[in-house]
Ligand binder design. Structure first.
Ligand code: ASP
Length: 212
């Protein structure tokens, strides 16, 4: 009962996808509640509320979907959660984080976008590590910005937290495709610690965020 509270909002993308073995394609079907069943250790990091916000591949998102996402995130923030994790397709993830950085500027908790390059129903999926790093950062970091949290290397070593306006997908399939542009990443998220790399960030004002 003493754990921080984190909301996970799913919007679709490969992280929500199932392989259809008849066609070889994938479709966005899994939701945030399914992630909790597939990755129960998330509950050791935080008390989690899971909601499906939308179910779209990110190449199909339009600016009006950013508005919808911003409203849903704002409603979660009103519930006084400690952090938010949004799962999202990777193709336009960095466009959404850039837009939402401006739309959610006034808020004061970590808002962390993550996704995966391989669908979550595959054993080799990067989704599990990305999700657990994202929940850890949402629960424990004191960075009150819109950020991405994706693999920092091709192994499960650490994820990088990168400012939402300074991130870009640089590769179609590599796990470590998300890289910072024109500044260093804000932090490395390891399974057991968060290492700050760039001190220039907006801080949360809550005391329980001092565990970094
Ligand atoms: N096309 C997918 C999307 O952006 C790719 C992914 O999620 O990795 O929704």
């Amino acid at each position: 009962k003493n754990l921080p509270s984190v909301s996970i909002l799913s919007t679709g993308g490969t992280i929500s996808s199932k392989v259809d073995y008849r066609t070889g394609g994938v479709y966005a079907d899994y939701t945030a509640s399914d992630f909790l069943i597939m990755c129960p250790e998330l509950r050791d990091i935080a008390n989690i509320n899971a909601h499906k916000a939308m179910s779209l591949m990110s190449e199909d998102m339009l600016p009006r979907d950013w508005i919808g996402m911003a409203k849903i995130i704002e409603n979660e923030i009103k519930k006084k959660v400690d952090g938010i994790v949004v799962t999202h397709g990777t193709d336009t993830l960095h466009f959404s984080t850039a837009a939402l950085s401006f739309m959610l500027e006034e808020f004061n908790i970590p808002i962390i976008f993550t996704g995966s390059q391989r669908s979550i129903d595959r054993g080799s999926s990067d989704a599990f590590f990305n999700l657990s790093c994202a929940v850890k950062a949402a629960a424990q970091s004191d960075i009150a910005e819109v950020m991405t949290c994706m693999h920092g290397t091709s192994n499960d070593d650490y994820c990088l937290l990168i400012r939402g306006t300074k991130v870009r997908k640089m590769h179609t399939s590599r796990r470590d495709a998300f890289r910072p542009i024109n500044e260093t990443a804000l932090a490395k998220v390891y399974p057991d610690k968060i290492e700050i790399l760039n001190q220039e960030y907006k801080k949360t004002d809550r005391m329980n965020k001092s565990k970094v």
